[in-house]
Design a protein around this ligand. Structure first.
Ligand code: AMP
Length: 372
């Protein structure tokens, strides 16, 4: 079965084509600058058309969808009701879900007979217990506005946790695993016997670890304090926290960990400080997650920094499990979110829809603004 995996962002569409269940990669690519000034790709529909010219005989499509809120605890086959629920989640994921939807609707229009599945970044974390996902705010904010921890990078955490179990030759339901996804975006998850029981990102991807340009955990009172001091509006404050902070903000040099390591080696103090803060925060979370799981059998590193920067991994793990009778295994596992999406799409079709057609859009969705 040929499965096309689509990761549709605001101005780009990444794709990979797999033969399943062999897991063979046949093609991959990216269409960039969608809808930007001077670009010859005006929208996602046009972008998808370009991709479909390069690939053929697609049996199914798997989409990465960033936010499934509480509506989606698992991947699902797409129909009109699923599309409507993803649309509802746009309110709490305005930067991501509209672009994901544009990809889904463009595929439904271009390949109406082909089955589609949605795989959510938030789904793996839906097993987090209530006492870990409710914030210390008036409870009405949860019931009225769905404000709670959701967590992200779920497909990556789930993939590497399962890979770790496979490598260790142990059933995942016997393992306590901490997965560290350290890329430009960073998050860490406690995977207790196969289930996410806590993760560092929150209502948005801003919470938790220090990231390339995101601040991670800060005192929330700082937000209004800085807004007053610097006379910033909400949009400007949003940019400060998401795009000007983290490694970039602390170092004043770059969000790229490779650059910072070079600078730190040649004596740059702010680059060294940014790396030290990055590492300290991760160590703190590893300690916390080891405590909530009453132990840790395996620590997994993945994504750009986690997979490639051994010096950072060594600083994170230095003496961290010294008091353990048996030190956890430390594994480096390249993440492969697209393969995970292909696997889950294949599984869904095998289980629930071995025969039958694709997504027949209802009238209102056919004119969805992002698909035109
Ligand atoms: P990602 O978001 O997963 O692409 O990761 C980006 C981060 O990984 C940046 O801070 C890079 O400096 C760091 N990195 C280190 N080595 C590599 C590499 N070989 N390829 C890509 N990113 C790398």
């Amino acid at each position: 079965m040929k499965i096309l995996v689509i990761n549709s962002g605001s101005s780009s569409i990444k794709y990979k084509l797999f033969v399943m269940p062999k897991e063979k990669l046949l093609a991959k690519g990216i269409i960039e600058h969608i809808g930007e000034k001077g670009s010859n790709v005006g929208n996602h529909y046009a972008g998808l058309k370009l991709i479909l010219n390069k690939v053929n005989s697609i049996d199914a499509i798997g989409h990465r969808v960033v936010h499934g809120a509480e509506s989606f605890k698992k991947p699902v086959l797409i129909n009109n009701s699923v599309i409507k629920k993803i649309k509802q989640c746009c309110a709490i994921a305005p930067l991501h879900n509209p672009a994901n939807l544009a990809g889904i609707i463009a595929c439904a229009r271009l390949l109406p007979g082909v089955k589609q599945a949605a795989v959510f970044d938030t789904a793996f974390h839906q097993s987090i217990p209530e006492y870990a996902y409710i914030y210390g705010l008036p409870y009405e904010f949860y019931s009225k506005f769905c404000i709670r921890k959701y967590g992200f990078h779920g497909t990556s955490h789930e993939y590497v946790a399962h890979e770790a179990a496979r490598i260790l030759k142990k059933p995942i339901n016997k393992l306590k695993i901490i997965t560290c996804h350290l890329g430009n975006g960073c998050s860490i998850t406690a995977v207790d016997r196969g289930k996410s029981i806590d993760t560092s990102m929150g209502f948005t991807p801003l919470e938790g670890l220090i990231m390339g340009t995101r601040c991670g955990d800060i005192d929330p009172a700082l937000v209004t304090y800085i807004m007053r001091k610097e006379k910033l509006d909400t949009h400007e404050m949003d940019i400060l926290l998401n795009k000007e902070s983290g490694l970039k903000g602390i170092s004043g040099i770059s969000n790229d960990m490779r650059v910072l390591e070079e600078k730190a080696k040649s004596g740059n103090k702010r680059a060294k400080l940014a790396i030290d803060i990055f590492i300290y925060r991760i160590r703190k979370y590893i300690g916390a997650y080891t405590a909530i799981m009453s132990g840790c059998d395996c620590l997994v590193f993945t994504a750009g920094i986690g997979e490639n920067q051994k010096s950072i991994r060594l600083k994170i793990t230095k003496n961290i499990f010294k008091h353990f009778k048996k030190a956890p295994k430390v594994l480096v596992i390249p993440t492969n979110e697209e393969l995970m999406i292909a696997k889950q799409t294949y599984q869904l079709i095998k289980e629930f829809s071995p025969a039958g057609g694709g997504v027949s859009l209802d009238k209102r969705l056919r004119s969805f603004p992002w698909s035109r």
